[in-house]
Design a protein around this ligand. Sequence first.
Ligand SMILES: *Cc1c(COP(=O)(O)O)cnc(C)c1O
Length: 442
Amino acid sequence: MTDASTGFDADAFVLRSEAVTPGGVNSPVRAWNGVGGHPVPLASAKGAYVTDAAGRTYVDMVCSWGAAIVGHAHPLVVEAVQRAAERGLSFGASTEAEISLAEEIRARYSPAQRVRLVSTGTEATMTAVRLARGATGRDLVVKFAGCYHGHSDGLLVAAGSGLATSGVPDSGGVTAAIAAQTIVLPYGDDAALTDAFAEHGARIAAVITEAAPSNMGVIEPPLGFHELIASLCRNEGAVFILDEVLTGFRAGPAGYWGVERDAAIARGVEPWVPDLVTFGKVIGGGLPVAALAGRADLMEQLAPLGNVYQAGTLSGNPVAVAAGRATMSLLDDGLYRNLAELSDQMVDRVSGALTDAGVSHAVGRAGTLASFFLGLDATPRDFDEVSRQDTAGYATLFHSMRDSGIYLPPSAFEAWFLSAAHTPVDIDRVGDAVGAWAAANR
Ligand SMILES: *Cc1c(COP(=O)(O)O)cnc(C)c1O
């Protein structure tokens, strides 16, 4: 069908894209396999809105999977990128700007004593695991079902995100030998974790977890879970890797770790501290920047100081770093207060609309992050419980919301992302659109 005003032919685009690119997409989370239909390509984005190639504009609830925290094409960020581009796109040598970004990350997030910039979250977690193995001389890694840590082989076992959406438990191409080095446990299960250490303690190099799971929908970490990971790792000589690629500088000013640190201080308890942390998404503000950070003595085992190798032609790329620095410069207390208020309002309006129409649902929340699980009557705690949600219901919600001008994640297993450019009026539109769908579906 050809759009009258833009001349965009959606059917022709599907054929064209699928003829040259597997599934028509460069990342499976962009496909609409979980909701049905074919993605309409986006053409531009500004503030809280995205516009597709057919010329329709939507309130954006994806925000580049969290990266667009200050809204799309923020003038300060665009200007910083333009200025950096004029000075050269890539040098393959150090710049002062990349050191400034690393200092900025450390200033906000104290466990990040040393910071190594990379280009993707996948590289950050992959390198963190390699560093943990190098530092401990051990082979096993513990991860939790439904947590996504990027697509390196050993971390693709029982991962969430696109694998959850497409119902694929594990990726093909991951050898049995590699999968055997990953121990997968149910999320938040203290006993399973303690048992795993009792059985394999001397072989466990690392425990990796999302700071707050957000790639199977949002799950609030149970009280004491991270303290337990930290103490088991400390006592057994393993490395605690906290994956803040999504939550970092989004769930709160110091990521989800900061949320728990502040809560611990308020309770008069010593806060737990991760050994290694990974960042991505927000720290690049929409360009490819990610980071591996953590304890100085561990981080200094990376090359060129130590014998754990890691490298990248585009690591600390000056244009990407400019976007990250400009974005970070906008992240102040006021912005986080605003995000928290918008998040509260979204939960009130969406959950209220569903409740009014008698649609059973649960809400997952962690810091400023939130997601909605249709068909559940209790807040899910792990991947098994999340998997019982009504994904067919979500598919009809997704399309109904699109018709109402709201662009939701094309999967029931994702957070609904907000930016500082969203306003209460946008959230009202989201609430009204959910209400319209719920009224038609009760
Ligand atoms: C997005 C994400 C990754 C992977 O980052 P990429 O930049 O897509 O490689 C890793 N961990 C978490 C928690 C993520 O949300």
